[in-house]
Design a binder for this molecule. Sequence first.
Ligand SMILES: NC(=O)c1ccc[n+]([C@@H]2O[C@H](COP(=O)([O-])OP(=O)(O)OC[C@H]3O[C@@H](n4cnc5c(N)ncnc54)[C@H](OP(=O)(O)O)[C@@H]3O)[C@@H](O)[C@H]2O)c1
Length: 324
Amino acid sequence: MMRCAIVGYGFLGRALVKSLRESYGGRVKVTCIANSRGTLFKEGGVDLNQLPAELSEAVGFREVSPIDYLDKRWVDVLVELTPTNVIDGRPGIDYIRAAMRAGLDVVTANKGPLALAFDELMREAEDKGVLLRYEATVGGGIPVFTLHRYYLKSDKLISIRGILNGTSNYILTRMHFEGMPMDLALEEARMLGIAERDSKLDTEGIDTAIKSVILANSLLQAKKRLSDVKITGINSITLDAIHAAKEMGMTIKLMGLVEDGKISVEPRLIRLNHPLCVHGTLNAIDIIAENLGSLTLIGHGAGKSTVTALLSDLNDIARLKYID
Ligand SMILES: NC(=O)c1ccc[n+]([C@@H]2O[C@H](COP(=O)([O-])OP(=O)(O)OC[C@H]3O[C@@H](n4cnc5c(N)ncnc54)[C@H](OP(=O)(O)O)[C@@H]3O)[C@@H](O)[C@H]2O)c1
């Protein structure tokens, strides 16, 4: 039985617990759950059916950091689900490092640590003989890293293009099909709860840049940082520009581009019938490889589809290390 600590009990932490309770129980035991206020630790396993809506109301919840519980005596895998911070990666990067130092494997959905210190973290994982999995960080439920690990590694990857931010894609879709002004479409995205708390991360292309860096480092060993990315967001795109594109059977999409050793984020014209041209909050990733040619993956970039990515990473670790 693989024992997990879930650090970060917001949208994804709760959705993961729900899945573990309903359909995945038995193979994974959760010994620790933490949020920003404290930690619930049960050496024999937290009863996921008895968790109150507020974690802090659970019997045994203590206002302490989970870091002391990230120890091989009680936990095998850290599932790190704290907020993304691209300034210094904290608190996620501290939890990930503490867990790996203690010999724990790690699954994370948190883009910050990987966008800031991909190579360092991978080296630390290798030095400690642990696995660090991050399928959920890019494209939500789209299995791009798993596909690379188990299928694409035999080919030579040439470039990656992606529509990687659901909010900006939603805004551009509303502009294209309904002729809605950008500020109204953004307001709608906020009301639907799609936009990041700081929507500049979406519209200024920063979220797309973060994900492009992780893709470039993971799939193309690019050794790039966020500061290496040339970023142009969608703020200057007018309805007139969208209309002109439409007249040519095209539209404008915000794309993360990894090509010729460079990473950039910019609005690009794309034909409406191109496989990469997805609408609404959908994400799409197009990989070009020497033998394979072009392969386009399409899926939901956020929401509960992301839980599939977390469970897949946990499953992979269980298969590689905990099941004979
Ligand atoms: N939501 C998605 O669809 C999605 C998709 C892909 C990737 N991600 C990434 O996955 C991560 C989690 O996303 P989410 O939507 O679940 O975020 P969220 O709803 O904001 O939840 C974040 C959780 O982290 C906790 N937290 C904050 N600071 C902490 C600290 N110092 N120690 C321990 N816990 C702390 C929060 O505690 P409180 O509850 O006390 O505030 C909260 O429980 C983020 O990095 C996000 O970018 C999310």
